[in-house]
Design a protein around this ligand. Structure first.
Ligand code: ADP
Length: 622
């Protein structure tokens, strides 16, 4: 059952019931209100919505014409059917003209349902049309006001519509665009393939999305993000193309700018990183190649960086924490000294410099000059970190020590013959008759002094690297033979059995003949001097793979083990030697060592006190 809201304008209740019955029978479920005055009618219109107004034509207080007028005035679109007694033809036409939808005679109420049906249908379609119209209006307003650029073209691309945003952005008036092909806004910066792809997509009935660079009327370019698709009929034929575009010129500009900034920033970061890496490499190179031991420690004592020289000097433990430096120190006194300095640096931020002795990883002793420098490690830590720098000053210290001893020894060794000279001169004055004896003794002292000066000069020249100058290919056997020949008669004087056993063949090697001869002379003369009468001296040359070996072995006084390590030092003389040979200078062996060192060779000694000594020289054959 269809429901129907009926507003009845009727003074006769009976007629009203009759009408309602007809409608109920026609299948309507009725809700209704009956009015018979203009006020009642107006009220009823205002309070509720109605599907139909059925109005009598002539009533005591009201007429069908009034109903129509009031309905028109209300602006409501409700169909009105006049249901009245007989009216003339003329009146009927008038009524219809005045706006009634239809009229039905009360005597022919059977006509009412179909008439009503038709009116309802028409009213419905009127409403639908109105609604559609207002929707179109709303949409076209929205389209006009939209910030997006909207363009509609025919299937060939000829512009049919552009909205305000489109004209605003492009600078064209709508009239200049409509009827013109849409390529008018095309720029040549967009590659043709993009357009081809676009046309293929939209002609296939799909939606194309993409970015296009278009041209304004004034020639300026602008970027749009475009969505384009065909408008189709029910049958699927494309009648138009719709293109909705967002102006993304500003976004593109920002993107490009951002890209430029990013690239610039990346380049800067890269350059800075490369710079830092270079600086780091350089610092590492310096750290790794310097002989100074360097370490950077935090204020809590943790070591942050060390170089290889540091590990060599202080060991692995010290590379972890700063207090381990103390482990390498030679004695308690040094530990206190360095420990105090470390505390002062960390807590008072004072630089400290101390000299200390350490035992290095390989067990050897070293003198070091230790610089402890406070370093600010971070903004948050008020205490300082420490930069430890240790320089190996062993050589410097050795030279200092050597210089001091050398001067003392030289003074002593010069004083002895001078004292001998003055004693002898005094004796000469007292007993001039023993002239020959005094002259002989004076002669001895002078010879000793001359020998001393000669040795000192040799050493001084060796120190200046000036001695090894005349290098030639020579046969060692020949030189040793010459020295042997010189000493044979002297040894014979002492009834010593001196022998020379040369290697059958020796390759020639590069030598300074004069200096090498001095070496052999020193060794053989020592052997003769420190060997008692009638004992044997044996000189021998051999070839040991790529080394030429010269041995001078004697059955002399020998050297005690406590003196052996020192006999190559300048001025060093073992007490047994002093007793045997008063006039020695203590310089001969140090000269031997220097010369052999400078030839790239080695000299060594094996000796037993009271039994004899064997000195061995080893010279590489290149
Ligand atoms: P010098 O012989 O003038 O004392 P050298 O430098 O030649 O000085 O020798 C140093 C020391 O080495 C000697 O004083 C002596 O104690 C010891 N020495 C050298 N050669 C021998 C040797 N063949 N036998 C015993 N001791 C030696």
């Amino acid at each position: 059952m269809k429901s129907l809201r009926v507003l009845l304008v009727e003074d006769s209740e009976d007629d009203a019931l009759l009408i309602l019955r007809v409608l109920t029978r026609a299948g309507y479920e009725i809700s209704f209100q009956r009015v018979e005055t203009p006020e009642g009618f107006r009220d009823a219109l205002g309070t509720q919505s109605w599907d139909i107004v059925l109005s009598d034509y002539s009533m005591p207080q009201f007429s069908g014409s009034d109903t129509m007028r009031m309905l028109l005035e209300s602006g409501l679109d409700i169909p009105l059917i006049i249901v009245s007694g007989a009216i003339g033809e003329e009146r009927a036409v008038e009524i219809m003209k005045a706006g009634a939808s239809d009229y039905v005679m009360k005597g022919n109420l059977a006509r009412l349902p179909p008439a009503l049906e038709r009116e309802l249908r028409e009213a419905e379609s009127r409403r639908a049309r109105k609604q559609a119209e207002s929707q179109v209006q709303m949409l076209s307003r929205a389209l006009e006001q939209s910030a997006s650029l909207v363009m509609i073209t025919d299937p060939q691309g000829v512009i049919e519509y552009v909205n305000q945003a489109f004209t605003q952005v492009t600078g064209y008036r709508s009239g200049e665009l409509v009827g013109v092909h849409s390529r008018v806004v095309k720029s040549d910066t967009t590659p043709p393939e993009t357009y081809e792809q676009m046309w293929t997509t939209i002609l296939a009935g799909d939606t194309w999305r993409g970015e296009l660079q278009n041209r304004k009327k004034n020639g300026d370019l602008f970027w749009v993000e475009t969505v384009m698709s065909g408008i189709k009929t029910h049958e699927g034929t494309i009648t138009q193309f719709l293109s909705v575009q967002e102006d993304i010129t500003e976004r593109k500009r920002l993107e490009t700018e951002l890209q430029r900034y990013t690239t610039q920033l990346e380049r800067m970061v890269e350059e800075r990183t490369a710079e830092l890496r270079r600086a780091k490499d350089q610092i590492e190179l310096i750290l790794n190649s310097t002989n100074d031991a360097l370490a950077l420690a935090q204020s809590n004592g943790d070591i942050q960086t060390v170089n290889p020289a540091f590990v060599d000097t202080f060991g692995d433990r010290a590379a972890k924490a700063i207090e381990y430096i103390l482990w390498a120190l030679a004695n308690e006194e040094q530990i206190n000294l360095v420990g105090d300095a470390l505390i002062r640096v960390i807590f008072d931020s004072d630089s400290k410099r101390v000299e200390a002795q350490v035992t290095t990883k390989d067990g050897s002793g070293k003198d070091i000059d230790l610089a402890l420098i406070p370093v600010r490690m971070s903004d948050h830590d008020p205490k300082s970190g420490v930069l430890v720098s240790a320089r190996d000053i062993t050589q410097l210290k050795d030279i200092e020590r050597f210089k001091a001893r050398f001067v003392a020894d030289a003074v002593h060794d010069l004083a002895t013959p001078i004292a001998g000279l003055s004693t002898r001169l005094y004796l000469l004055q007292r007993a001039p008759e023993k002239l020959a004896e005094h002259v002989g003794a004076l002669q001895n002292q002078v010879t000793h002094l001359r020998q001393l000066l000669h040795d000192l000069r040799t050493l001084s020249n060796l120190d200046k690297n000036q001695l090894i100058s005349d290098l030639r290919l020579l046969n060692v056997n020949e030189i040793v033979r010459r020295v042997f020949d010189t000493f044979e008669p002297i040894a014979a004087d002492k009834e010593q059995q001196i022998t020379f056993e040369p290697a059958p063949t020796l390759p020639e090697i590069t030598l300074d003949a004069h200096q090498f001869e001095r070496v052999i002379v020193n060794l053989v003369s020592n052997a003769v001097n420190y060997t008692p009468n009638r004992k044997a001296i044996h000189i021998k040359t051999t070839l040991d793979e790529d080394t030429i070996v010269v041995e001078v072995a004697d059955q002399g006084i020998g050297i005690g083990p406590e003196h052996l390590p020192h006999i190559f030092e300048r001025f060093y003389r073992a007490p047994q030697a002093r007793a045997t040979q008063e006039t020695g200078t203590g310089l001969g062996l140090s000269i031997v060592k220097e010369i052999i060192d400078q030839h790239g060779g080695k000299v060594s000694v094996v000796s037993t006190l009271g039994e004899g000594s064997t000195f061995t020289i080893r010279l590489p054959i290149e």
